[in-house]
Design a protein around this ligand. Sequence first.
Ligand SMILES: Cc1cc2nc3c(=O)[nH]c(=O)nc-3n(C[C@H](O)[C@H](O)[C@H](O)COP(=O)(O)OP(=O)(O)OC[C@H]3O[C@@H](n4cnc5c(N)ncnc54)[C@H](O)[C@@H]3O)c2cc1C
Length: 418
Amino acid sequence: MTSKTRVVVIGAGLAGVTLARRLGELGTPALLVGDEEHRPYNRVLLAEVLAGRYSPEVIALPAPAGLLRGRVTGVDRAGRTVRCADGSVIAYDTLVLATGSNAVLPPLRGLFSPDHELPEGVHAFRTMDDCLGLSKAVRPGARAVVIGGGLLGVSAARALAVRGAQVVLAQQSERLMERQLDPAASALVRRHLEGLGVEVHTECRVRDVRGVGGAVRSVEMGDGYALGTDLVVLACGVRPRVGLAREAGLDVGKGVLVDDELRTSDPHIRAVGDCAEHAGRVYGLAAPALEQADVLAGLLAGDGTGSGAAAPRYTGTRSLTRLTLTGPDGPFGGPDGPFDLAAFGETDPRPGDDVVQLADATRGTYRKVVVRDDRLVGGVLVGELGTVGALARAWEGAEPLPSDGGPLLHLLTQDGGS
Ligand SMILES: Cc1cc2nc3c(=O)[nH]c(=O)nc-3n(C[C@H](O)[C@H](O)[C@H](O)COP(=O)(O)OP(=O)(O)OC[C@H]3O[C@@H](n4cnc5c(N)ncnc54)[C@H](O)[C@@H]3O)c2cc1C
């Protein structure tokens, strides 16, 4: 890459900001175009803002130089330019899509008005605007229904309960956070939420949102029961934002398809973060977004330097999911302490796998690891994360574990726990 090469990054989220900052450090400044009004922020911490624990300023990301506020509405691949909503046109040599995900809006009757606006009181939970809107609407005693019991729904329900709302969490499948947690860990999360007064309903489908005068009044369950509510939070998952890529004719699966150099089907366009699909995987998590941004910065800054060093490659992220739910130290403190959990790899054993499990019902802690062919393939820790670093390293390294099992037990208990 020559010094004239112009890198334009679309999307000032975790991936885009990290990439632009790293490129700046490596002497290849980029132009970053982001469509959110707020200063770039760490989306992972939005629930902390909703819970009243952090102000929006606390979760702001250090903004890189060269940040332009605006929405890119089209890509002209032949002319190598992008068009913005304000009519401006920006030329690029390398374009990076870091457009993230959108909240999935479930197909509920009554959700959309003819002008595609959500009814008043119904909120997605993806952006700072969503978070501030919800935060403004919630008050002690307000009735809230959270639809979806994954990571997002659990965080939102916890935060709203901490703010004094009467929360009902409706989860369609049979347990909470089923993608990450095994049944025992799920049960502890449920117990924790119920301890905060959240009413948890599993195998519960919401089919209708009802309002009066454009404002939500109730939701109707699959069995016809109507539940009065002031607020509804839609936490039904996310979908990669691939509209620009698709319209530009790039190859798109669930996300924008990229190779090990994060290159799309157009060699001048790369993609990173939630919008990218690598080796059949769309991660939707922060750690892969950061790793991809880091690799791409190395690739773009290194091109053409003639250093002879092997080009970095992105070969996938073994990603640990970690959730800390706010404790009583916030201004809207809850009745108990912080609640931590971490999960990685496969937490449900296959036949023939070895499982080591330690549970302490009184303290509400639970630790489990799954071992296959002498290798750690997954684990889940709830309430007590002292050993998470050592376990994650053993998992990431994928080295065979000594066969007597001693070191494994040590890994589970080395913090001195039970
Ligand atoms: C409430 C919440 C909690 C979460 N908790 C966790 C967690 O505990 N652990 C975890 O690993 N992950 C978590 N995540 C997921 C994590 O936030 C995402 O994986 C991460 O933000 C992905 O980064 P990204 O830069 O790819 O996308 P994003 O952060 O979504 O950023 C994309 C940006 O691009 C902008 N954009 C899109 N299109 C355009 C356009 N055409 N023009 C200009 N700008 C555009 C968007 O507005 C957005 O600002 C959470 C997400 C949420 C919402």
